[in-house]
Ligand binder design. Structure first.
Ligand SMILES: [Zn+2]
Length: 214
């Protein structure tokens, strides 16, 4: 009713389009009508400007223009975008970024668990003084231990059986990298304990490899 008070030329019958087409809006400032959905969701390069970036003031032709606009592909697409937007704002749907982000987080979490299992196998071999690799044709302690772990770990089992060959995290280079990281953490921990202790001493021993080299 506020509309009638401000715009005396708007007759009672002029409200009919607003009831029939709930997306139609009246602009008091420009004294014209426009499509809310298209105004908000059409891109800057919208082909048809009327009712989108330009208000309609030709009251005698309003029904014809509005009907034509309502059937246009652009309008239907913008209505879809508006409905989708409202559903997201009401919490009825997840927005695409949120969905992508949660999917990404699932992958990250899964890869993290796989890496932890692989690292645990390396640490176990280290603590037990077991060589990681075996002889030719032999899986070696590292691979055998992972296979054993996989019996109780469905994520690791799936990874070992169907993982992407480009990111198995099992190569010798990857093993060496993880061994280096573990070594650095052990060294950091020892240094930290030494630094916080009033005094400390070292006891060293020697070991030889298969070729009797120290
Ligand atoms: Zn529209």
């Amino acid at each position: 009713m506020e509309l009638v008070q401000h715009q005396s030329r708007m007759l009672k019958d002029d409200f009919a389009p607003f009831v029939l087409y709930p997306w139609l809006r009246y602009s008091v400032v420009t004294d014209g009508v426009y499509c809310a959905q298209c105004h908000l969701f059409a891109g800057p390069d919208a082909r048809v400007k009327t009712l989108v970036t330009t208000v309609l003031r030709d009251w005698s032709n309003i029904s014809k223009v509005v009907l034509s606009h309502m059937k246009s592909e652009a309008h239907l697409s913008n209505c879809d975008s508006a409905s989708h937007f409202l559903a997201i704002m009401k919490g009825e749907k997840k927005d695409i970024l949120c969905s992508m982000s949660s999917q990404y987080n699932v992958v990250v979490e899964k890869n993290r668990k796989i890496l932890v299992s692989i690292t645990e196998a390396i640490v176990f071999c280290g603590k037990q003084k077991l060589a990681l690799r075996g002889h030719e044709g032999d899986k070696g302690n590292f691979q055998a231990l992972l296979s054993f772990q996989a019996k109780q770990d469905p994520i690791l089992k799936e990874h070992l059986e169907h993982g992407d060959p480009r990111s198995m995290y099992l190569s010798p280079d990857l093993q060496n990298e993880l061994i280096s990281i573990c070594g650095k953490q052990i060294a950091d921990s020892i240094v930290s304990k030494c630094n916080s202790a009033p005094c400390f001493k070292f006891m060293a021993d020697e070991a030889t490899d298969a070729s009797t080299m120290e």
